[in-house]
Unconditional design. Structure first.
Length: 156
C-alpha cells in the first residue's frame, strides 16, 4: 500500500467521507480485552482497537486500520486523509474523523493523541478519552466514530 500511496506519477487519489456511524463499547475494567476488537468493517477494509492504556488515571485508545491493495491501486478506511498530492496529509493534531465518547447521556469529544503514516496495509491513530467521561465506577464506555474517510488510490 505504501508503494501505491507514494507513487504520485502512476496513481490518482480521491477520498470520501463515510456518513454512517456505529457505536462500540470498550472495557476500562480490563483494557487488554479490547485489543483486536473490530470497530469498523467495510468488507476489504477494517479498523481495530490495537490497545487501550491508562497512565495516572488518563486513558488513551489506539486504532489500527487495514486496507486492501494490489497493482491497480489501494483503498483504506481511516480517521485521516492521505492526500499527499496536494500536501494535505493530516498531521498528528489534525484528524478528519471525530471520535465521541458517550457517558451518562452526555457526549464528549476525544482529542487526538497521535497518528502514523501509511504502512504496508494501513495506518494507525490514537485518541485521549476525556477525563470527564470516566469515574472510578466506570467499567465500560461507548464510543462513536463520525466522518471516517475512505481513501482510494487508482490508475486513471
Amino acid at each position: 500500500m505504501r508503494y501505491v500511496v507514494y507513487d504520485l506519477n502512476r496513481y490518482a487519489y480521491t477520498y470520501k467521507t463515510i456518513e454512517e456511524t456505529e457505536p462500540f463499547t470498550i472495557s476500562l475494567r480490563d483494557p487488554g480485552s479490547n485489543k483486536g476488537m473490530v470497530v469498523y468493517d467495510g468488507g476489504t477494509c477494517r479498523i481495530e482497537v490495537s490497545g487501550v492504556d491508562a497512565q495516572d488515571g488518563h486513558y488513551r485508545i489506539h486504532f489500527r486500520s487495514y486496507g486492501s491493495y494490489d497493482i491497480d491501486g489501494a483503498t483504506l478506511i481511516s480517521a485521516r486523509k492521505h492526500d499527499i498530492r496536494r500536501g494535505r496529509i493530516s498531521s498528528a493534531g489534525d484528524l478528519d474523523a471525530a471520535l465521541v465518547c458517550v457517558a451518562d447521556d452526555h457526549s464528549y469529544s476525544c482529542k487526538v493523541a497521535g497518528t502514523a503514516g501509511v504502512y504496508k496495509n494501513g495506518d494507525s491513530f490514537s485518541f485521549h478519552i476525556p477525563d470527564e467521561a470516566v469515574t472510578e465506577q466506570t467499567e465500560t464506555l461507548t464510543l462513536v466514530f463520525h466522518h471516517l474517510i475512505r481513501n482510494r488510490w487508482y490508475e486513471p
